[in-house]
Design a protein around this ligand. Sequence first.
Ligand code: ZN
Length: 155
Amino acid sequence: MSSQSPPANLLQLAAELAEAKPMRRGSLSKRMVKCSKPGCPCREDPDARHGPYFSLTRAVQGKTQSRYLTPEQAVLARQQIEAGHEFRAGLEKLWEGCEAWADSQLGGFPNGLYRGGRKRGLQASLQDQIVQEFETLVGRQSTPTTLLAEVNFLS
Ligand SMILES: [Zn+2]
């Protein structure tokens, strides 16, 4: 089962993802705004607000970046964002497929499960038991770090 040639579906997916295309991260927003001009009806009437104004928003290194777009640019930007979503979803599928392939290369797991396997559970309970014995010995104080280190070494 540890074949070296990639499964056909993964090759196909990887080839699709490798195609460069205009795409982007972030989101597009459309806003109607109120101005500060005295007497402008936009203050009271929601329908008299100005716009729509389109902007692209994206978080870059923890900061939000915004850029205004014309309505024509907004149409294109929406498609670019959609292409970005598809790319991300495809990448996730490729990850999952490659991990399944990697699993089959390993040829199964000794205890069946990744987590909560029987062996690990036994080790954990053994460790708890040893810590408990130490604590009884030391008089229910915190177990000295050196002893804990030894206990951890067992697992
Ligand atoms: Zn106004």
